[in-house]
Write a protein that binds this ligand. Structure first.
Ligand SMILES: Nc1ncnc2c1ncn2[C@@H]1O[C@H](COP(=O)(O)OP(=O)(O)OP(=O)(O)O)[C@@H](O)[C@H]1O
Length: 631
């Protein structure tokens, strides 16, 4: 068991069947308390299961690793993201609300949009002519309008809005009807979208008490991390899981770190609804065990009184540096990194100063442009921290692999089917259903492309895979050999072709690595389970970042480093120019608070007085209001 302060131990050892709210500031040991509470519950009960809900898969893995030495954890603790738990409910009991057995999750925005457009076409709307517009400005505008519908659909799902709510909030236009059409189009294509996972899981638990009882009989305790970031759908799902039977709910969170408002998150579920619904015993943790005094003082300037420094904390330092241009800023940060590396040791840093003890944080990833150039120039290795969502494949080979596997799982999936036909440049089949892949594979043979045979056999082999127990290793080896053969057979490979082959190899490898991870994590054995695990972000390589970490504030949530550089601190960047209302600005402040409190010892805040715009103008920048407050 890890060391706990008295305040932390009090929480961990509280009566097992009580609801608990922990209001805890940054670095006060939330993760530690949560992990130790799970251990305490497992050790003090014989058979009772515990569900620990985290915000990211990475956090779930970290907690599972910390509990590796606890024998009961493997059998009795279910540590996962809320979406993964909901997804499991759907896999088992989706049929009770009319969902097909092999559920397909549309996790990419453009796929959802394609389903939406089709639903409009099905209703006789000539959406394609509308989208063509008369000029590019109009086209853009119209696309935006359609996107705003998609945003409303997400809002309906994340906030569990009813027909009545929708009519009240959107009195003009028939949003509910358009929404229902979109939902039917999704189901007709055999799928649901990412937001639906919680909506349907919630519905199952509410309408089929016997299902809820199965979970309640096995799991008697629920612990929730980052509870300030819950949205309504997530909160109601947890509530439905508990029903009246489960009172042992621990929610840990920090209202000052609520930074997912754009996902419908609100601290109100943690701060108000939870209190009203569960009447929890309330605890507060304010002592920051992570950061030096200087860092804590800076954080407290943004959120007065949020943090209490420990007497024995190191002094540390916070420096604010202004530069004339972005180039100067980038150059200074990379030179400082070199200097720190050559200095090697400092009394305030434990062990040798290395790249993995530092992070460079910015409000968004576009801030890093000049800095990345400077790192490359100096030969400093770096990697940009990724979110957990999958990226689109880059090569034709990779795309075919991706779309064809999706079509293999669900032959009604015309969204990916169309993309497959479009990447191959062949006509779409008249109907989507059985045998569609073999038809596409045959069509691909007639392509006027030197890789026609390769693509056709790729689709053919995917079609032959056993969907329940595919032999992916054999499949990968076969296509690696084929790719190698192509590179050897071609007499003069152009640069572009050899690059395409190299990337195709890499994407095939990536597919293989994801499959290995999927098997190793015991997430299933079928192709459908594999795709869904990808959609839920469970198969992102979570190994350590290589070289220096560059991260946005959002992907740095919950993590810490000895030395933090916070760059690009201009008005418009941080706070983001889109944040206008007091509520939005407040959330930007939370983001700044999160960024600062990632630092254990030293924090360097930088900002350029001028920035180059993509169209070649140099524009003067005002320093961020948050920097002025800290100065
Ligand atoms: N009782 C303790 N004694 C010593 N160190 C502690 C104690 N509790 C936590 N820490 C350390 O303080 C740091 C912050 O802990 P943790 O990551 O659990 O905080 P957190 O509340 O989850 O932070 P945040 O919300 O800012 O991500 C970690 O390095 C952790 O090991």
């Amino acid at each position: 068991m890890l060391n706990l302060s008295l305040a932390q131990a009090d929480i961990v050892n509280t009566d097992m069947y009580k609801a608990i709210q922990v209001l805890a500031s940054a670095g006060s040991g939330k993760t530690r308390v949560l992990t130790e509470r799970v251990r305490f519950l497992l050790q003090n009960t014989k058979k009772e299961g515990v569900i620990a809900l985290t915000f990211t898969n990475k956090a779930a893995e970290e907690m599972a690793t910390r509990l590796e030495d606890c024998e009961q954890a493997e059998d009795r603790a279910w540590i996962a993201t809320i979406h993964s738990v909901a997804q499991r409910v759907l896999e088992k009991y989706g049929h009770t609300v009319g969902l097909p057995p092999e559920l397909h999750i549309y996790d990419r925005d453009q796929d959802r949009m394609e389903v939406f457009l089709q639903s409009l076409r099905d209703e006789g709307v000539d959406i394609d002519t509308y989208l063509e517009g008369s000029n590019s400005g109009e086209r853009k505008e119209r696309k935006k309008i359609l996107q705003s519908y998609m945003d409303i659909f997400s809002k309906i799902k994340r906030e569990l809005l009813t027909e009545f709510d929708v009519a009240e909030q959107y009195p003009d236009g028939n949003i509910w009807k358009v929404f229902q059409d979109y939902q039917s189009a999704l189901l007709n294509s055999g799928g649901i979208d990412y937001d639906d996972i919680l909506v349907y899981a919630h519905k199952i638990l509410l309408t089929h008490d016997w299902v809820a009882k199965i979970y309640r009989s096995q799991y008697k305790h629920i612990c929730v991390d980052e509870a300030q970031d819950l949205n309504r759908a997530q909160y109601e799902f947890i509530k439905a899981l508990c029903g009246d039977a489960i009172q042992s709910v621990l929610m840990v969170g920090d209202p000052n770190q609520m930074i997912y408002g754009f996902n419908g998150s609100s601290k109100d579920f943690f701060c108000n609804d939870f209190i009203a619904d569960f009447r929890p015993q309330v605890f507060e943790l304010k002592e920051n065990y992570r950061s030096s005094k200087a860092v804590i003082r800076a954080a407290n300037k943004l959120r007065p009184g949020a943090q209490v420094e420990l007497d024995y904390a190191l002094e540390g330092k916070v420096e604010i540096i202004h530069f004339t241009t972005e180039e100067d800023e980038a150059e200074w940060i990379s030179a400082s990194i070199e200097r720190l590396l050559s200095q090697k040791f400092d009394n305030e840093i434990e062990g040798e100063i290395s790249l993995d003890k530092m992070v460079v944080i910015a409000r968004n990833r576009f801030v890093f442009g000049k800095f990345e150039d400077s790192l490359k120039e100096k030969g400093i290795p770096f990697s940009l921290r990724k979110g957990e969502r999958q990226l689109e494949r880059a090569t034709v080979f990779g795309k075919i692999l991706d779309y064809a596997v999706r079509l293999k799982i669900n032959s009604k999936d015309w969204v990916d089917g169309r993309k497959l036909c479009s990447v191959l440049d062949i006509p779409e089949p008249k109907e989507w259903g059985d045998d569609v892949l073999s038809a596409i594979s045959e069509n691909a043979l007639s392509l006027n492309d030197e890789n026609a045979k390769l693509y056709s056999s790729l689709i053919g082999e995917i079609n032959q895979l056993d969907a329940e127990e595919p032999n992916i290793r054999k499949f990968i080896d076969k296509f690696k050999a084929k790719l190698d053969a192509i590179s050897q057979e071609s007499e003069c490979l152009t640069d572009a072709k050899s690059e395409e082959l190299r990337l195709s190899h890499a994407e095939l490898d990536e597919f293989g690595q994801s499959w290995t991870l999927f098997k190793r994590k015991g997430l299933g054995s079928s192709l459908a389970a594999f795709r869904n695990a990808l959609a839920l972000g469970q198969l992102v390589d979570t190994g350590p970042d290589k070289g220096l970490t560059l991260s946005t504030v959002h992907t740095m949530k919950g993590l810490e480093k000895d030395i933090v550089f916070l760059m690009g601190m201009c008005e418009g960047v941080f706070p983001d120019y889109r944040a206008q209302t007091p509520k939005e600005i407040d959330e930007e402040r939370n983001s700044a608070f999160v960024a600062i409190t990632r630092a254990k010892r030293w924090l360097f805040i930088t900002y350029p007085k001028q920035r180059m715009m993509p169209w070649g103008d140099r524009r003067f920048q005002r320093v961020s209001r948050f920097v002025i407050e800290i100065e």
